[in-house]
Design a protein around this ligand. Sequence first.
Ligand SMILES: Cc1cc2nc3c(=O)[nH]c(=O)nc-3n(C[C@H](O)[C@H](O)[C@H](O)COP(=O)(O)O)c2cc1C
Length: 253
Amino acid sequence: MKCTQIVFSPTGGTKRVADIVSEGLANDVEVIDLADSKISFSKISFETEDIAVIAVPSFGGRVPSAAVHRLQEIRGNGAKAVIVCVYGNRAYEDTLVELQDAAQQAGFCVVAAIAAIAEHSIMHQYAAGRPDAEDRKQLAGYSSQILAKLKSGTVTKLSVPGNRPYRKAGGAGLVPKTVKSCNNCGLCAEQCPVGAISKENAALVDKKTCISCMRCVANCPQKAKTLNSAMVGAASLALKKACSIPKKCELYI
Ligand SMILES: Cc1cc2nc3c(=O)[nH]c(=O)nc-3n(C[C@H](O)[C@H](O)[C@H](O)COP(=O)(O)O)c2cc1C
C-alpha cells in the first residue's frame, strides 16, 4: 500500500511524528509539503483507495492557517486520512477538530486521529527530545490499530476532542530578529512557509505575515535569526505549570 504524507512542519517535529505513523502504515511513503508556498496544491488530487497522513503542529491550540488553506485546495476524492496534531506538551485544544473539518472539506474520509508530542519549537526545554522511544512505540502501535481498522472496512463516526467554534487564533507575537552574523544568503526567505522575509534583505520581515513558526531560527546556518530571550523567558515561566508534566500520545479511532 502507498501512503502520502501531507505535512506542515516548520522545524521538523511534526515531520518526525508523521514519519513514524506513515512508516507503520506503508513501505512506500510520498510527501506533500504544506509549508512549501511554491506548490500548486489545487493540482493535487487523490483517489478513493489512497491513504493519507495529514499532520500539522498546534499553534495556539489551532491549525496554522496557511496549512488549512493549502490543505483545502487539495482534492481528497474520498481517500482515507489519518489526521495528526503535534504539540509542545502544553495543550492542543481545537487543533484536531479544526484539522478534521479541513480534511473533510477537502474531500478526505477521516478514519483516525492522533495527538502526539514533540519538542516545543519556541521553549525547547518543554518536551525536549520528543518524540522519544516510548512515543515511537505508542505511535507504531497506533499504526497497527489503524491498519486493522482499514482492513476490516469498519466505518465509524470519529469524535475528537475540541470545540466548534474554534478558539480565537492568535499569533505567538514573537517575530525573530536578525543579528549581525546574517550574510543575506537568502535561505530563510526561500524556506519561510508564508513568504514573510524579503529575498533581497533578510532583516526585512513583514511582521503581520510572520506566523512565528521558528523555521528561520531553526535553519539559519549563521544562527542570525533569534528571539528576544527576555520574552521567551517570560513565556516559559508563564507556561511552566502547563508544560512540565509529560503528556502522552492519544489515538482516536
Ligand atoms: C507559534 C507557535 C505556537 C505554538 N503553540 C502551541 C500550543 O498552543 N500548545 C503546545 O503544546 N505547543 C505549541 N507550540 C509548540 C509546537 O506545537 C510544537 O513544538 C511542534 O512540534 C512544532 O512543530 P514543528 O517542529 O513541526 O515546527 C507552538 C509553537 C509555535 C512556534
